[in-house]
Structures are given as structure tokens and as C-alpha cells.
Design a binder for this molecule. Sequence first.
Ligand code: IPE
Ligand code: IPE
Ligand code: MG
Length: 251
Amino acid sequence: MIQLDPQKLPVHLAVIMDGNGRWAQQRMLKRIVGHQRGAETVKMVVEQSSLLGIRYLTLFAFSSENWSRPAMEVRALMTLLKKYIRQETARMMRKNIRYNVIGNRSDLPDDVNETLDEAILKTAGNTGMVLTLALSYGGRQELCRAAARLAQEAIDGRLSPGDITTELFDSYLDTGGLPDPDFLIRTSGEMRISNFLLWQLAYTELYFTETNWPDFTINELHKALADFQSRERRFGMTSDQLTQRGDLSNA
Ligand code: IPE
Ligand code: IPE
Ligand code: MG
């Protein structure tokens, strides 16, 4: 059993859930079967994260670039998403989890948006973990949307360019109000960010595993979190400075 320090868990865990297609293809199955199996891993990670006391969990479920996949796969993913949200909302209520969505929702089919709205509304009063789904999400697109909104505020005379600080900019992103992720897990062996949370990952600890998403287990999640706990996050400072700060706050 992997020992975790409950005081040192990430406040915000982000995950790039990758490798569903390869998982299926290696088994001579259709890619969508991999996505279906991946949905089971999502249930496990949501349940475990909430149980461990992680406050924010953000899952990359569908990227802006994923629209370029074959239409049949895109359709199947949208159907799966709808089914997942419908099936899981009752469990989210029991576990006091609140749904949130980031990404360009105007590109999602109407029925998916309706299902999302229902789930968001129903869970809006929940005070436990915030589960953010990144759907039709791209980091560059999000940054452009934020810049466009800021420009409009300036044109309307509500803002002057000198008012734009990192804090203000942050609040214009889809993730406004969420803390930056402390830890990012990507499965399937790819060592890239693929346009996920480009601004927010500035000081996030990154973790890559070869395991494909449908095979990702509780034990692997715990192993990843134990790795996070062994890291020294310096945020540009020196190790000595951090030790001194620690001494002061313990005094
Ligand atoms: C991740 O698995 C799920 C989505 C991107 C929707 P993939 O479908 O990317 O699986 P691989 O990377 O092709 O194996
Ligand atoms: C990133 O995975 C997007 C999601 C997990 C939703 P991709 O499979 O789309 O990324 P690339 O194309 O391999 O970079
Ligand atoms: Mg992939």
C-alpha cells in the first residue's frame, strides 16, 4: 500500500486522459470501445480524488483539435459524454461534487449542452470537489477568447490597457476562479501538453506514465500522487529560501 500524506495532496489535479484508441486497437477492438472503458477509469479517478480530499479535479475529455477526428468517432464520443453525465449525476449528488465545464461550448451539439446545463444546475449547490470537464477545449483558443473580451472592455471604456495584470487576465479565462493545477498526469506515454491549460500550467508539476487511460488503476493514481509529494516546488526561489520559510511557518 502506498502511503500518502493527506496534508500534501494537490489542491487541484489535472489529467490528460490519453490512450483509449491505442488500448482498443491493441486488442483488435474499435476505438470507441476504448473510450467506453476509459469512462470506467474516469469514474474511479473522480471517486478516489473526492475520497482523498482533492478540491479540484480537471479532466481533458475533448480538445478543440479532436473535432478533426472521423465524424463517426466524434459522434460516438458526444453520445458517450451525454450518457456518462446522465448516469453519473446522481452519484455526484451523493458525493457532493459540483460539475463545471471549460472550453468552447458553442461548438458542442445542443443535446450535449442541455445535458451539461442540467448537471451543472443540479450540482451547483454542492460544496465538495469541483469536477471540471474540458470539452471542445484548447488553451490557445481560451487565451484568444480572454484577450478578445479584455479588448472589448477597453473599447467600451471600462478598462485601460495598463490595468491588465496577470490576476486580471487569469480571471478572464474559462478557469477564472479556479486555482492553477498543482499536478498534471498524462497517460499513454506521450510527453506533450496538446494545447491543455497553457497559461494555468506555468508552475504545475508534470507526471507522465506509459499506461493507457483504460488501464490506469487506483494504485497508479496513488503512485503518481506519492511522486508529487516527493517534489520540491520552488516557484523560482532557492531551496534554502523554502527551508527558511518552512521554519518560520512552523515556529
Ligand atoms: C483519449 O484517447 C481520448 C480523447 C482524446 C477523446 P485517444 O482517443 O486520444 O487515444 P489514442 O491516443 O488515439 O490512443
Ligand atoms: C489530448 O489527447 C486531448 C484529450 C485527452 C482529450 P490527443 O490524443 O488529442 O492529443 P495528441 O493529438 O496525441 O497530441
Ligand atoms: Mg490520444
